[in-house]
Design a protein around this ligand. Structure first.
Ligand code: LMR
Length: 406
């Protein structure tokens, strides 16, 4: 059977890192994959994480399996982080969480569960993702057997959200029972998030049209703060009886290779929630049985320990501030080269974007030129990881970008 297998295409983000590592150019720069880098070291281990690991090492007495749904401590801490301890969703017992292997794992669990236990007759359940979206969204939902559709989100010519078209699609094309994936904050790849008014309109639209919101929350804490970045999610919770949240701790705890995430489902009542949890368990059991323990133990230890949590929140703020400074540096340095080369190109839209990425408006030919000729690696869509910038490399990068417009 293997004789007939052909090569799968490389992954547009992880595959790019592989090419980067084999590139022999001396001054190559990786601005592709969304990993927080500092002082040229990829993904430093946070001090709060180190301290939590010390504590865990001392108190660990067993390597026994976790429950199928993972650690209760972690799942509860996750719910509290998302909704606070006193939210009625929690007191009314309408919420269930399962630990997941990263944000991708959380999305896949949700997708598998929806596809498998679906009661739409003879039809695949539809999920709507933004155009553009994180490149892996399509793969995940397609692999689980859902029909993947796209809704208009970003208008290239104005570098802004095409909100009228988006609302029109949600009102007239998306059907009751369809799932709509929304990026909770720091939209990947565009960095363009809805305003508070737009979040309100979206949540009312979901309620009116009875579609099911699925929040992908991979960058909580990277825009304005842990709670501030949940504005959209909290607005949706007020009006919508059912909701899915898939969140990741890869970025805000720097736990990329520990694979820590969670899939949370909110239902109309406690009974529905119990049934959903049983189906989530059945889904997980058939895929990987139960999750790994270490990363989730780090997260729950930090979230529940006052001192460690204080350290972590400070570290998260430092990451957020550093990224914001790099956005300013990018904008200012692009302007410097734009003026010196007398190019008619407005880069001010970069300042409206949020989170780890700048979506700088380059086409794939321009991106390939930067990569092949100069060793500057961006994702093909023109997404640039701000955390990969530094005072040392910024001139090289901005000079090269501005040369593309000559
Ligand atoms: C990214 O968007 O670069 C990250 O989420 C890494 C990944 O898995 O694609």
């Amino acid at each position: 059977m293997f004789k007939s297998m052909i090569m799968a295409p490389p992954d547009p983000i992880l595959g790019l890192s592989k090419i980067y590592h084999s590139d022999t150019k001396k001054n190559k720069i990786n601005l592709g994959i969304g990993v927080y880098i500092e002082k040229f070291h990829a993904a430093p281990i946070l001090e709060s994480v180190k301290q939590a690991e010390d504590l865990l090492l001392k108190k660990e007495i067993s390597k026994n399996y976790l429950a199928i749904e993972g650690s209760n401590d972690f799942n509860n801490a996750n719910q509290t982080l998302l909704f606070g301890p006193n939210d009625s969703i929690i007191s009314k017992n309408r919420i269930r969480t399962v630990q997941a292997p990263g944000g991708t794992g959380a999305l896949r669990i949700a997708a598998e569960c929806i596809a498998k236990y679906d009661n739409t007759i003879n039809k695949k359940r539809r999920i709507w993702i933004s155009e553009p979206s994180w490149v892996n969204h399509k793969n995940i939902f397609f692999a689980a057997g859902l029909e993947v559709c796209t809704y208009p989100y970003y208008q290239k010519s104005t570098h802004s959200i095409e909100f009228d078209k988006l609302i029109d699609t949600f009102n007239n094309i998306v059907k009751p029972g369809d799932i709509v994936l929304l990026h909770g904050c720091c939209h990947n790849p565009t960095g363009m998030d809805p305003t508070i008014e737009q979040w309100k309109m979206l949540s009312e639209c979901a309620e009116k049209n009875r579609w099911i919101p699925l929040f992908d929350l991979a960058y909580q804490g990277f825009d304005n703060g842990l709670q501030e970045d949940l504005i959209g999610l909290h607005m949706f919770c007020k009006n919508n009886p059912e909701l899915i949240v898939c969140n990741s701790y890869s970025k805000n705890f720097g736990l990329y290779n520990e694979r820590v995430g969670a899939c949370t489902i909110i239902t109309e009542n406690n009974n529905h929630a119990d049934c959903v949890l049983s189906q989530l368990r059945a889904t997980i059991r058939a895929i990987y049985s139960n999750p790994p323990a270490h990363g989730a133990a780090i997260v729950s230890t930090i979230l529940q320990n006052k001192t460690l949590r204080f350290i972590w929140e400070k570290e998260l703020k430092n990451m957020r501030d550093h990224i914001k400074n790099m956005r300013k540096l990018l904008f200012n340095t692009l302007n410097k080269y734009k003026n010196s080369k007398v190019i008619n190109q407005d880069f001010s839209f970069i300042n409206n974007q949020k989170g780890m990425f700048a979506y700088i408006g380059l086409n794939s030919n321009q991106v390939i030129k930067l990569r092949e000729e100069l060793g500057i690696y961006l994702v093909d869509s023109g997404r640039l990881n701000l955390a990969g910038l530094s005072h040392k490399n910024i001139d090289y990068i901005c000079n090269a970008i501005c040369n593309l417009y000559i």
